[in-house]
Design a protein around this ligand. Structure first.
Ligand code: ZN
Length: 176
């Protein structure tokens, strides 16, 4: 399956509000193929999340998944809506497949509850914490034309990749 080209910062599609997916279109061959392509592109990059606008398709669809200790299951969210934000805020490093070579600290609620449709059109209701919660918020932001840079409260943490591993931390930050 072809790997899809990633839209990079500056491409106006990343700043658009994505259109809702008509639930009747979810089970079509085209949509199922697109979801598989999106997942394959995410794994190939590699990233732990990818939103449809990041491959220049401005629809409300995101895929995510991450193996390992703070990992979370493979998730497809269609027309996601965050219905609850926990009261506690946490700071995490973020990076983005659409923003090459930069990392920055972003403060977000530590818990979110999201409702969406899955890739079969069934209702999903997920409460997420940790990296899963970060990933959901980062991806849902892509559907409203926001990138993590817009969410940074302290721009002095913005760092390029070689400086990140030199001055901040050795462990790489998963890109979303
Ligand atoms: Zn991103």
């Amino acid at each position: 399956m072809p790997k899809l080209p990633i839209a990079k910062l500056g491409n106006p599609i990343l700043r658009q509000v994505a259109a809702k997916v008509d639930p009747r279109d979810i089970r079509t061959y085209d949509m199922q193929q697109f979801i598989d392509n999106l997942i394959e592109t995410m794994l190939d990059e590699p990233g732990i999340g990818l939103a449809a606008p990041q491959v220049s398709r401005s629809i409300q669809l995101v895929v995510m998944g991450c193996d390992g200790e703070d990992g979370f299951p493979r998730t497809v969210l269609i027309n996601p809506k965050i219905v609850f934000y926990g009261p506690q805020q946490v700071e995490n490093w973020e990076g983005c497949l659409s923003v090459d070579g930069l990392r920055g600290k972003v403060t977000r609620p530590s818990v979110v509850r999201v409702q969406a449709l899955d890739r079969h059109g069934k209702s999903l209701d997920i409460e997420a914490t940790g990296l899963y919660a970060v990933c959901i918020q980062h991806e849902v932001d892509h559907l409203i034309g926001k990138v993590f840079l817009d969410r940074m409260t302290d721009m002095s943490t913005l760092t390029q990749l070689p400086e990140f591993s030199k001055y901040w931390q050795h462990d790489p930050v998963p890109v979303i």
